[in-house]
Design a binder for this molecule. Structure first.
Ligand SMILES: C[S@@+](CC[C@H](N)C(=O)[O-])C[C@H]1O[C@@H](n2cnc3c(N)ncnc32)[C@H](O)[C@@H]1O
Length: 303
């Protein structure tokens, strides 16, 4: 897929909120309006695996149905077979919409909070002549990289900490939201009043109910599209830390191992890798990474 496709993406689907949003509704009216055979679903599974490395479980057929029906309606199509032919034949634009619809973007500010003190201690202990690079490798709608930015601003006690955050994702719509940096107030409920005041600008008038991340936080984060599964990665090493959280669960073991092997040469010899709460990299790549405690890893070659 064209890496520049981020600009071309348009809102395509009814993907709302968290992991299972829309699924219940779809399963109660299962596949009444649009023909979606098991063979179509197997084809869709293969396509999203080929494009994104995502192994979509067979119980996700209702989710796929609910995420894509709006698009079928827009295109005036009545069968998934017809739509999948269209995705395959119409190139990047529709492929981007298809991928965006099927990714799951659930995230929140300071998710897995124990990681942030470990990260800032690690960065503050590192010698560097150049800014320390932190890569948020599946940044979704931006909450993760902005949390990293807030944590380093606090730790270094300056708006200009010696840190650069690269934030990437495959989903172009999620990246566009991340780059905008505007969030409904209810998404900020997990933040302390101090952080809310220090790092956000509350909207007024037409923007009431929303808050914008302050420019000094946003300035630390550089968003770009990257497919972890495939193609070149637009990431300049050496990287002091990689956050690869809550995305490996969507990949099979072979894909996970391939990605972990690609992380290795990008990390500084003393770099750290942060994983999601249900992801065990040690199990997968014990020769490359060793555990440093709860879901934090270092290179096995580190002395
Ligand atoms: C559940 S979110 C995790 C967000 C964040 N890291 C966190 O832990 O809160 C998973 C993200 O992985 C992204 N993703 C899925 N497949 C990907 C791929 N092949 N390359 C890059 N990102 C991918 C999705 O678009 C989604 O935004």
């Amino acid at each position: 897929m064209n890496q520049g496709a981020i600009q071309k993406s348009a809102s395509a689907t009814a993907k709302v909120g968290g992991d299972n949003a829309g699924e219940i509704q779809a399963s109660s009216s299962v596949f009444k309006s649009f023909e979606f055979s098991d063979a179509d679903f197997r084809r869709l599974q293969q396509m999203i695996f080929d494009y994104a490395g995502i192994s979509l479980n067979s119980n996700k057929k209702p989710m796929a149905y609910s995420r894509l029906t709006k698009r079928l309606r827009q295109l005036n199509m009545s069968t998934f077979g017809e739509y999948l032919n269209f995705v395959e034949s119409s190139g990047d634009d529709e492929c981007v919409r298809f991928i965006n619809a099927l990714t799951t973007n659930l995230t929140y500010f300071f998710r897995e909070p124990h990681h942030f003190p470990i990260l800032v201690d690690h960065l503050m202990g590192m010698a560097a002549n150049e800014p320390l690079v932190v890569w948020s490798a599946a940044c979704s709608t931006g909450e993760e990289p902005y949390s990293i930015a807030m944590a380093v601003i606090e730790a270094f006690a300056t708006d200009r900490p010696p840190v650069q955050i690269i934030a990437s994702d495959l989903d172009t719509e999620a990246l566009a939201t991340a780059a905008r940096g505007v969030y409904p107030m209810e998404k900020l409920q997990s933040l302390s009043p101090q952080r809310l005041k220090k790092f956000f600008l509350k909207g007024a008038g037409a923007q009431a109910g929303y808050a914008r991340i302050r420019p000094e936080v946003q300035r630390l984060v550089d968003f770009r599209q990257t497919n972890l599964h495939d193609g070149p990665w637009d990431i300049e090493g050496p990287v002091a830390a990689i956050f690869c959280r809550n995305v490996m669960i969507y990949f099979n073991k072979a894909t996970q191992a391939k990605i972990l092997a690609r992380f290795m040469p990008l990390l500084r010899p003393d770099g750290l890798l942060f994983a999601g709460h249900s992801e065990n990299f040690f199990y997968n790549a014990g020769d490359i990474f060793r555990s440093r405690g709860k879901t934090v890893y270092e290179l096995a070659t580190r002395t």
